[in-house]
Design a protein around this ligand. Sequence first.
Ligand code: PAF
Length: 293
Amino acid sequence: MNASATMQIVRSIAELQNILNPRKRGGRTIGFVPTMGFLHEGHLELVKQARRDHDLVVMSIFVNPAQFGPGEDYEAYPRDEQRDAELASAAGVDYLFVPAVNEMYPRTSSIRILPGEQAARLCGASRPGHFDGVLKVLLKLFNIVDPDESYFGMKDAQQLAIIETFVRDFNLRTSICRVPTVREEDGLAKSSRNVRLEPQERDQAPAIYRALCMGKRSYYEGVSLKEVEKIVSNVIENETSGTIDYVKALAYPSLDESFGEAEEIIIATAVKFTSTRLIDNIIMSSIKDEKNV
Ligand code: PAF
């Protein structure tokens, strides 16, 4: 699909809904890329896929206070609207939705969205309420944009699994597209938070993905998932100054300890550095056949 020549920045919900009104857009489909800004190649890959699949591409940039807990990095989360707008426009976004906090949350709502067990593990255990806030903002964004398809990166694999459940269980109209993690040449997953690493931490951080790859190899060589978790933890502990929040191998996308039919395995980790916390994961087939080893 062709990118439009000029991107329009929209700050008001009413204006965006007016522009995207189905009667006015005459059957053109919408690909939606929700973000918190400070764009990197991972986000641009989401745009590329949305551009390929749909007539219109809408990106939102909103650092959502509802998904940050007390003492987390809401204030310090990197922001640069001008740079983001240039990158989004060059990537082919048609409408960049950049609402203020008051526009999205004009009043405190008495209604909460509480995701279940899938959100209680991994990041949900260390960041209570985080996924409530993610689903809250996404429900609003999906209702505002009414996208045909919404694009999410696999780096946030738990978020993606919870969103898929949310969309399915509540019959939301968007479909969800999983987009593989984009990595630096040294393997570090692209993240807006990488700029908050100290120089020596940045040098060490690729060990996280090396550890996950080693975990995957060990699993296919016959090691148990408990042992895999230890192997991954040891590499991260030995090769970085970060503190491990968790290293966990679970069924994907259920995030259960036991496996249903056709489920894959995720090895997921979160590591805290001086001023930021990084997450990464690897997803693999649970079947240990010869082609996987
Ligand atoms: O992944 C993110 O950047 C955020 O969690 C999202 C999905 C944009 C909701 O604020």
